[in-house]
Ligand binder design. Structure first.
Ligand SMILES: Cc1cc2nc3c(=O)[nH]c(=O)nc-3n(C[C@H](O)[C@H](O)[C@H](O)COP(=O)(O)OP(=O)(O)OC[C@H]3O[C@@H](n4cnc5c(N)ncnc54)[C@H](O)[C@@H]3O)c2cc1C
Length: 308
């Protein structure tokens, strides 16, 4: 827990009160894990830079949370500051020359509808990803052969006491990864899109959404793909399926029948249950195929996988 002086500094920097002991299970799609010491909502790049400066001056660990759709929080929670983006950092504004500027806290679905309404094409394959624009850029989220890194114009990142613009080239996007300056948070993202008819864009988005419902579990609490695809050879889902992982259960968690690379919280699952299933799945794939699967889901707090 933070002392009152540090809490006051954070609240002054953010211009609003923080929440002590914030429940993170309510802020992740998996719906499990313990609380954060403090959660601050931040409304602007300037306040974000100020909050990061307070964290840096007091040596406080922080974590930026989007929609928690690629996150597993430890059952013991996180003894640090969790930052969420709000206010103008959730807005999307259409600009000239096919540009759409979004606060990094805006939902991808919101950005995709704003783009479609303005006749801007490029986000259709990604529209069904249940994260924020900031989370999507940090993860270089992708679907159906498109990655968000392909449509980045520029990105505003904030560090302690300053904000800085980056180009897509600066960020060296690769599979589910991009390079950000150490200790920075993405505040705003400008997407470079192409013009098309709004009806064509909406039709394409609906097509991708239909394909997604056929390929993945729907209506389940998951974090998307649990493991990364290996650099070559079969995809993680195929390896897990052929190693007999579908249907494995532990506590309230289960490897889904619809897709072997998805673990669902069927009710009351703990992070410990999910980690147990991840260990079991990795061990089975290693025993059968000699391949070590690496997690795609990010961990927050005291979580580690068994070494193979
Ligand atoms: C049903 C389902 C389907 C999914 N399908 C896909 C898919 O098709 N393709 C795909 O790639 N992913 C998919 N995912 C995973 C997930 O939605 C994406 O990785 C998404 O981009 C994560 O965004 P988020 O806002 O939820 O990030 P979070 O889960 O909150 O955070 C993920 C990481 O991003 C970092 N981060 C978040 N915001 C920022 C920021 N502003 N600045 C810097 N770092 C930040 C966090 O610190 C963390 O390390 C799916 C998930 C679910 C639940």
């Amino acid at each position: 827990m933070f002392d009152q002086k540090v809490l006051d500094e954070f609240e002054t920097a953010a211009g609003r009160e923080g929440t002590s002991g914030a429940r993170l299970d309510r802020l992740t799609t998996l719906g499990c894990g313990g609380p954060a010491a403090i959660l601050m909502e931040i409304d602007s790049p300037e306040e974000l830079a100020s909050v990061l400066a307070v964290a840096s001056a007091n040596s406080i660990d922080w974590f930026v949370l989007g929609y928690g759709s690629n996150l597993l929080v430890a059952d013991s929670g996180w003894d640090g500051l969790v930052i969420r983006l709000s206010g103008e950092l959730k807005e999307c504004v259409v600009q000239e020359e096919g540009r759409l500027e979004c606060g990094a806290g805006a939902a991808l679905t919101r950005a995709a509808s704003a783009a479609a309404a303005a006749g801007l094409s490029g986000l259709e394959p990604l529209a069904g990803i249940p994260g924020t624009i900031g989370g999507a850029v940090a993860m270089n989220a992708g679907a159906w052969g498109t990655e968000i890194g392909n449509i980045i114009g520029r990105v505003l990142v904030c560090l302690p006491g300053e904000c800085r613009e980056l180009s897509a080239g600066d960020m060296r996007f690769s599979y589910r990864h991009c390079e950000l300056p150490e200790g920075s948070v993405i505040a705003r993202v400008t997407l470079a899109l192409d013009y098309d008819e709004p009806d064509n864009i909406r039709e394409a988005t609906a097509g991708f959404s239909g394909r997604r419902s056929e390929a993945q579990p729907t209506g389940e609490r998951t974090c998307g793909s649990v493991f990364r695809n290996p650099p070559e050879g079969p995809r993680a889902g195929e390896l897990l399926d052929s190693s007999g992982c579908k249907g494995l259960e532990r506590g309230g968690a289960m490897v889904t029948e619809a897709h072997a690379n998805f673990i669902a919280n069927r009710g009351g699952a703990t992070a410990t249950d999910i980690v147990w299933l991840m260990d079991e799945c990795r061990r089975r794939v290693y025993d059968q195929a000699g391949i070590v699967l690496e997690p795609e889901v990010r961990f927050l707090g005291d979580i580690s996988l068994e070494p193979l």
